[in-house]
Ligand binder design. Structure first.
Ligand code: ADP
Ligand code: ADP
Length: 234
């Protein structure tokens, strides 16, 4: 059974009502358990929209999205957040909360006690290569871009979700730092076995990180917007 399955999914944003066209049109796609599936394609072809429908930040207009066989529209959003981690380009850490508090966000929402949460925070900081003693009490503005990205990954993994969605996760990091994060993340992904859906416009990153690469395309014609062209094995 696939970790995620998109079945004939379509998304029309209300803002484009009156014009024929959809951000995502008739997308059918499977993400296999424990793989890294990379979504590539030109800007505006619907990559972020696709990702955000999986965790219901965006509601699909039609079609179905199944998470481990279960229709995500039938899953309670708090439970969904526990099962799907989400990492974006500039991470979106809460600026007035420490690294530890940021990582603890979803565990706290789920009612974990302080002891269990603190142990998990330390474990995750170790996993992403940040010494808990040095980093747990810092604020986001006291970190480098690469360190913030590591905290973002740690936060997304806090509840050990089977699925991780990553939208240009290393996009804000300089090329050398990005290379190091890609390598490091590949190790983490193998270690925890998370299924990953990763969006990038960086073909080099797609080839480096992806077990499979799905290409979305935008045609010159509105009706061709975001048809999946191909899914190729690396
Ligand atoms: P990508 O991630 O491939 O750059 P997006 O999924 O962000 O593409 O966007 C796909 C299309 O949907 C674009 O034409 C974009 O302008 C449009 N779009 C994205 N988000 C919204 C929104 N909230 N409201 C209206 N249109 C949107
Ligand atoms: P809240 O304002 O949500 O109650 P807390 O200040 O209690 O947040 O901290 C959130 C979580 O972060 C706590 O559950 C705590 O276990 C964890 N935490 C806070 N500081 C540290 C730290 N220095 N090292 C490890 N975990 C910490």
């Amino acid at each position: 059974e696939p970790a995620i399955r998109f079945e004939h999914v379509r998304k029309e944003y209300p803002a484009v009502r009156g014009r024929a066209g959809a951000a995502v049109d008739d997308l059918t796609l499977e993400v296999r358990p424990h793989e890294v599936l990379v979504l590539v394609g030109p800007s505006g072809c619907g990559k972020s929209t696709t990702l955000r429908m999986a965790n219901r930040l965006v509601e699909p207009t039609s079609g179905r999205i199944l998470l481990e066989g279960e229709d995500v529209t039938h899953v309670d959003p708090v439970q969904l957040r526990r099962r799907i981690g989400y990492v974006i380009q500039d991470v979106g850490l809460f600026p007035h909360r420490t690294v530890a508090q940021n990582i603890a966000t979803v565990p706290r929402l789920l009612g974990w006690d302080a002891k269990r949460t603190a142990a998990r925070v330390d474990e995750l900081l170790d996993l992403v290569g940040l010494d808990p003693a040095r980093y747990a009490r810092r604020y986001p503005h006291e970190l480098s871009g690469g360190e913030r990205q590591r905290v973002g990954v740690a936060r997304a993994l806090a509840t050990d979700p089977p699925v991780l969605l990553m939208d240009e996760p290393f996009g804000a990091v300089d090329p050398v730092g990005r290379r190091r994060l890609q390598t490091e993340f590949a190790r983490i992904q193998r270690e925890v076995g998370t299924t990953v859906m990763l969006v990038t416009h960086d073909i080099d990153e797609a080839v480096r990180m992806g077990d499979r690469v799905a290409v979305l395309s935008t045609g010159a014609h509105v009706e061709q917007l975001a048809s999946p062209l191909d899914v190729v094995a690396r």
